[in-house]
Design a protein around this ligand. Structure first.
Ligand code: GCU
Length: 632
């Protein structure tokens, strides 16, 4: 049945048999105790809401899990209800992953980030921008009077991994979302989410005062505009007292913004920040800006935002995509991180696989996000946002393995120090395998390896060695490095990025080119700027390298390119073989689903390799080495 995928990682049995008690009652605590009553099979558990020195130090969301009474009883203690909810899910996760000896639990947890937020790019017509798992969960027609069961299921899944905020509409926002009619619907969702510890946020259209309010301007310094936002904010908080705040995409890809009125991003953000301030709301202001200009696209966010450092109110967080271009399979980190010491910053990751094979390709993304954290100190950030991959599909995310990315995002937002391997293991045990059955272990390990190699495989068969944006026009799925649409924006054309010619391939972003390398801290700048020290994985991001350039492997660039594309294809085939091992261990439905998606992935990988190599071969004038698979 479709049930197999729909239960996500929360597949634990419902034959709990333990005594569960709590020293207080509330809707949230009821959820925590109900979860434990359903599934916990160990010793009695007591949830204790208690403010003391220890619990206060862990915060409202932190908790202690402790075995007490000589190993007879478990207590979960927290200063806040949310801490108890998270503690309950933690205990169930331990049971499900077979990880702990419950006779001596002594765990203290608190999240690294206070804000752990999903961004839904959901439109009001229920289409989802870059969504590959059905339609939007939010049934606007039926809201507010009819509530789908999936709202609570969604909130529960988020709570189980610590996600505590959701921006429910697309950053390309319709101003309609702020109409009273829609706000009533948003309130209905917020009411469902609240006992799961989840706050609602909205993406807003900066021109709402004009589009919705009938004003003649949306100038952030205009008195009427300021008053309009104040009133609107008041209306929202009357309906949703714990409303989180606004997410804003301004002056980006055609969206309106303060620059339309000759104001800065800071002036726009601050006006909204002042409106939500009395209610403790925040503004997440996106730095995803670029325009068709002479400046290298990869430099533009930095050029526009870095000079504004120190000008933002303290309830504004600048939300920056992990890389300087746009969610490519691999990018260096965005140099804007760390370049605005007086401004709160947060990272935006993309969970939905816009550039990573949609819901057809298996790509476990935690290694990509961890790579970002190799360069950016987790403590330098205020929050983490992830563009959701969730829709109305019975299994929520399209590809059964895409669930692991939702899961991993939540776990890393809670604790970015967790390793991607540990998260994958946790997820697999909860989702596919029985942690208590020793026969499952070797198979689970094979599948774990597949997950751990999967993102690198995508990089290899799509865009190795720092290549980026070779996608076909518009859909961002297949390859089209040759794409050339006369009159179209050059920065939306693959040739803008790969710059292949007879001399070589890659974008010169060193001091002899766009000098984007200079935006990085000195040590990295030097490393990246010199073609002889630039790491292979970023080579063609930062350099236009000659075809016969010697790579770290000793191969020429051309041979290395062929080798990487081929390696990606071979990897996917090895995934197919690994997956086939699971046939007798998991349900047929999910087995077949993943099996057939891997077939598509293997076919697509070959398509990418052949398309790119045959195209680039025209420039390199070199042969595809004999020891790799020839194009078909
Ligand atoms: C990408 C994506 C768009 C999205 C934009 C954004 O360019 O293709 O669909 O709107 O990012 O993040 O704002």
């Amino acid at each position: 049945s479709a049930e197999n995928g729909s239960r996500l990682w929360l597949r634990y049995s419902t034959d709990g048999n333990a005594t569960i008690s709590c020293n207080k009652q509330s809707p949230m605590l009821d959820i925590a105790t109900t979860e434990l009553r359903k599934a916990w099979k160990g010793m009695p558990v007591t949830l204790i809401l208690q403010r003391n020195k220890e619990t206060r130090a862990l915060g409202e969301e932190g908790y202690c899990l402790l075995t007490s009474d000589n190993g007879q009883k478990i207590t979960i203690t927290s200063a806040g209800e949310r801490g108890l909810l998270y503690g309950a899910f933690h205990l169930l996760r331990l049971q499900d992953t077979g990880a702990e000896n419950f006779s001596k639990l002594n765990i203290k947890e608190s999240p690294t980030y206070d804000l752990r937020i999903l961004n839904h790019w959901d439109n009001l017509d229920r289409s989802i921008e870059r969504g590959y798992a059905g339609r939007s969960l939010w049934d606007w027609e039926a809201l507010p009077s009819t509530l789908s069961d999936r709202y609570a299921d969604y909130a529960r899944a988020n709570a189980s991994i610590g996600i505590n905020g959701t921006v429910i509409n697309n950053v390309n926002a319709s101003s309609q979302i702020l109409s009273t009619e829609y706000l009533e619907k948003v309130k209905a969702l917020a009411d469902v989410f609240r006992p799961y510890g989840i706050r609602v946020y909205l993406s807003i259209n900066f021109a709402s005062p004009m589009q919705l309010g009938g004003l003649s301007t949306a100038d952030p310094l205009d008195k009427e505009v300021i008053a309009w936002w104040k009133n609107k904010t008041k209306e929202i908080y009357r309906l949703i007292p714990d409303f989180g705040g606004f997410l804003v995409k301004a002056n980006s890809e055609g969206q309106p913004g303060p620059c339309d009125f000759n104001r800065t991003h800071a002036e726009g953000a601050n006006m909204l920040a002042d409106a939500v301030k009395p209610y403790k709301g925040i503004i997440m202001w996106r730095a995803f800006v670029y325009s068709p200009s002479d400046a290298d696209r990869a430099k533009q966010a930095y050029l526009e935002f870095q000079p504004l450092d120190g000008q933002f109110r303290n309830n504004v967080i600048v939300q920056i995509k992990n890389g300087p271009v746009d969610f490519q399979p691999r990018e260096p980190y965005s140099p804007l991180f760390g370049a605005m010491p007086k401004t709160a910053q947060m990272v935006e990751f993309q969970i939905t696989q816009e550039y990573l094979g949609f819901s057809n390709h298996l790509a476990y993304l935690a290694p990509m996000w961890k790579e970002f954290f190799d360069f950016v100190q987790p403590s330098s950030l205020k929050a983490m946002a992830g563009v959701a991959n969730i829709g109305t599909d019975a299994n929520w995310c399209g590809h059964p393995f895409a669930q692991s990315n939702w899961y991993a995002f939540g776990r890393l937002a809670w604790n970015p120090e967790l390793s991607s391997g540990a998260i994958a293991e946790e997820w697999l045990k909860q989702t596919f395998f029985d942690a208590h059955n020793p026969q499952h272990a070797p198979i689970a390990h094979e599948v774990w390896q597949m997950m751990m190699q999967s993102r690198e495989a995508v990089v290899d068969y799509m865009m190795p060695l720092g290549l980026h944006h070779l996608f076909a026009w518009g859909h961002h799925y297949g390859p089209e490095p040759w794409c050339d649409i006369p009159g179209a924006r050059p920065d939306w054309m693959p040739s803008y990025y790969h710059k292949a010619d007879k001399a070589g391939i890659g974008f010169d972003r060193s001091h002899t080119g766009s000098n984007a390398t200079a935006q990085y801290p000195d040590s990295l700048c030097h490393l990246y700027d010199d073609i002889n020290t630039c790491p292979d994985e970023y080579l063609l991001w930062f350099h236009h390298a000659p075809w016969n350039h010697t790579m770290q492997s000793g191969r020429t660039l051309w041979d290395e390119l062929c080798f990487r594309y081929d390696r990606g294809v071979q990897q996917v085939r090895s995934f197919q073989r690994k997956w086939d091992l699971t046939e007798n261990y998991i349900d047929m439905e999910r087995f077949k689903d993943v099996q057939s998606r891997l077939k598509i992935q293997a076919r697509d990988a070959t398509w990418w390799k052949d398309a790119c190599l045959l195209y680039f071969m025209e420039y390199s004038g070199m042969r595809i080495p004999y020891d790799i698979e020839r194009p078909i």
